[in-house]
Design a protein around this ligand. Structure first.
Ligand SMILES: [Zn+2]
Length: 649
């Protein structure tokens, strides 16, 4: 009877919460309290901020790519059995972190086009710890029953003496505490610079992971993504003030937090009325409505792992390695996929000492549900019944008699496209401009970006009879981009940088005849496919190409004076700090106005000139513009084209 009553009460409270569910995160409040209590914290955080700025402003720093794997220990503090959440619920949260911080979450494709070039892969991975601070095997999950019926943001769950669990060494682990947080508090985190004893992230057990007792609308694991964002030195996107700063240059200024699931576009009431990035993980929107970080946020997080960074010691933590000395049941590693076909693949992993069998889980990368194969005695398994041209994730668990290790980090593979048979790239190796391969024009061919460092350079010539250039990329397995160059000039003449697997079409109408046009194809932020080619075609024409959707993209009537029509003009560098050069190709002499608008639509810089036939360059000083996103518009009469510019001074 009592149990039924409790269940009924629990159901009622859940309904009550859902009716007015609003994300509440105490990270900023806790920080303000800590700053009051500890005068040294301000200094420490300012030092971290100086280091972060140095990292962001150093070109080497910007290009320094640190792949980080953070050992995680999940401390479950429970009073009721429901609060003692399952291993599966915990694993589902680790999976979400690994997807969200690698931009592998399927819903990132919901990002509106104005932000789609701003989706960042943090290059930060998470593992449930396999080695505890003493060097012994662990599942990375600690469980502690408590007499406390709930906790607040006063950190009691972080102390064994107060009914919680003491943290593991923050120099080696990210501590996550899962408990019942009172009221509507979903979670909170401690920013870099705070006390070691309380360093980490706290989440309510109802808003952790995607399965078990995880409750909508916070059941997609984004509370932990948001809080780990704070732990990685990210601020709320509205800067915890009206039109405040989040210390990031490529996010728009938000008036305040957004809750629920705002319809797009949602305009800020701050200066310039930019479209707010409500889908950023550092807003307060529902789990289903947040799905991206930006490169500016990534830079702040990556700074922590650069030399002198406050979390750099995690890079040398042994927490994700199997314990030495044996006796443990090590986590499987060495995952790779072979014999990949349209509907099958062989999944392989390394043998683990002491293993009696292995469990294998496979899922479509877009799915949250694993299919589990248990009791595998070998170190490979042939999986059939797969869907062609689809990306799958898989992970392996070592079983040692009665105990088992945590699942390995997930690996992925992509099945072959139907009708295909893999693909061959006859133009490799062409990873640099100097090794660019000469390609035929007006001919369709396939090629492949086969690794994260693979870049494809091509060289071709136009002729005086067919000067205008169009390049199409189709059958893209991932977000590939294309840029056009000429001769020894390393400035981009034109580019096509769509997000997702949208086809790319680059148009460059020009009078310049050259034997050395270069096209560069690369995966956005290192994406690639080991199994699927992309298709490319360079078309040349006597008449100007246009992008209005006409069947072959060509203008038949040569007499129409198309000076330019939606022609992608060149613009570099982008992001810009001191000045930008706008390159405008002209078919004939004409009056052209180039304007740089701030997000409010106000023209901040403008040049009005008569440009001659051929390529024209116009330079703009952007050094005094506030950091942010601007729009560069090139206008000739009624024809205009606009591109986005990021200013980072
Ligand atoms: Zn927060």
């Amino acid at each position: 009877m009592i149990r039924n009553l409790l269940l009924a009460l629990g159901a009622f409270m859940l309904l009550a919460l859902n009716a007015s569910a609003q994300r509440v995160c105490a990270a900023h409040d806790v920080l303000e309290q800590q700053l009051l209590e500890n005068p040294l914290l301000q200094e420490m955080m300012e030092e971290i901020e100086r280091h972060t700025e140095g990292f962001i402003n150093t070109p080497e720093g910007v290009h320094e790519r640190v792949q980080v794997t953070i050992p995680v220990v999940v401390n479950v503090i429970w009073n009721t059995t429901a609060e003692n959440i399952s291993d599966a619920q915990i694993q589902s949260q680790i999976d979400v972190l690994n997807a969200d911080f690698r931009a592998l979450n399927a819903d990132r494709l919901n990002t509106p086009s104005i932000f789609s070039n701003l989706i960042a892969d943090f290059e930060i991975n998470f593992c449930l710890a396999t080695q505890d601070p003493s060097g012994n095997a662990t599942t990375g999950i600690r469980r502690q029953s408590t007499t406390r019926t709930s906790f607040s943001s006063n950190d009691a769950m972080k102390y064994t003496a107060q009914g919680g669990l003491d943290a593991w060494d923050r120099n080696k682990y990210l501590n996550l505490w899962v408990c019942d947080l009172s009221g509507t508090l979903l979670g909170y985190a401690q920013f870099p610079g705070g006390s070691a004893a309380t360093d980490g992230v706290v989440c309510d057990y109802l808003y952790f992971g995607t399965v078990g007792v995880a409750a909508a609308p916070f059941d997609k694991g984004r509370t932990a993504t948001h809080e780990v964002g704070h732990w990685l030195n990210l601020r709320h996107i509205w800067g915890d003030a009206t039109c405040g700063s989040d210390l990031v240059s490529d996010t728009p200024t938000h008036n305040t937090s957004n809750g629920g699931c705002p319809s797009y576009p949602h305009y800020s009431t701050c200066s310039g009325a930019p479209v707010e990035m409500t889908m950023n993980y550092m807003d307060y929107t529902d789990d289903a409505c947040m799905y991206m970080f930006t490169p500016g946020q990534k830079a702040r997080a990556q700074a922590l792992f650069a030399t002198g960074g406050s979390r750099v010691s995690l890079l040398s933590s042994p927490g994700c390695q199997p314990p030495s000395g044996g006796g443990g049941c090590a986590v499987a590693s060495g995952l790779n996929a072979t014999s990949i076909a349209q509907t099958s693949a062989t999944l392989n992993w390394g043998a683990v000492s002491g293993a009696t069998s292995y469990n294998l889980q496979v899922k479509l990368s877009s799915s949250s549900t694993w299919t589990t194969f248990t009791g595998l005695t070998g170190t490979s398994s042939n999986i059939t019944g797969l869907t062609a041209n689809s990306t799958y994730n898989y992970q392996v668990q070592t079983v040692c008699g009665g105990t088992s290790a945590a699942y390995s980090s997930a690996a992925s593979f992509t099945t072959l496209a139907s009708g295909g048979g893999g693909c061959t790239d006859t133009y490799e190796s062409n990873n640099t401009k100097n090794t660019a391969k000469v390609i035929p024009v007006n001919t369709t061919f396939t090629a492949q970006i086969a690794s994260s460092s693979d870049v494809d350079w091509y060289k071709f010539a136009n002729t005086s009879a067919t000067r205008n250039i169009k390049i199409d990329l189709t059958t893209l397995p991932f977000d590939y981009d294309i840029r056009l160059y000429r001769g020894t000039n390393n400035s981009v003449l034109a580019s096509s940088l769509n997000g997702g697997t949208t086809d790319e079409t680059l148009i460059y109408n020009t009078n310049t005849v050259s034997t050395s046009y270069y096209a560069k194809v690369e995966g956005y932020q290192g994406v690639f496919s080991t199994t699927q080619c992309y298709t490319m075609r360079v078309s040349l024409s006597s008449s100007a190409f246009r992008t209005d959707g006409s069947s072959d993209g060509e203008v038949e009537e040569l007499e129409i004076p198309v000076v330019f029509e939606n022609v992608p003009f060149g613009m570099f560098p982008n992001p810009a700090s001191n000045h930008i050069t706008v390159e405008v190709p002209m078919d004939t002499e004409a009056d052209v106005q180039v304007s740089i608008f701030d997000p409010s639509g106000k023209a901040t810089l403008q040049q009005h000139r008569v440009l001659g036939k051929g390529d024209n360059q116009m330079s703009f000083d952007v050094s005094r513009l506030p950091n942010g996103i601007y729009f560069v518009e090139v206008r000739n009469g009624k024809s205009l084209n606009t591109r986005k510019l990021v200013v980072q001074n």
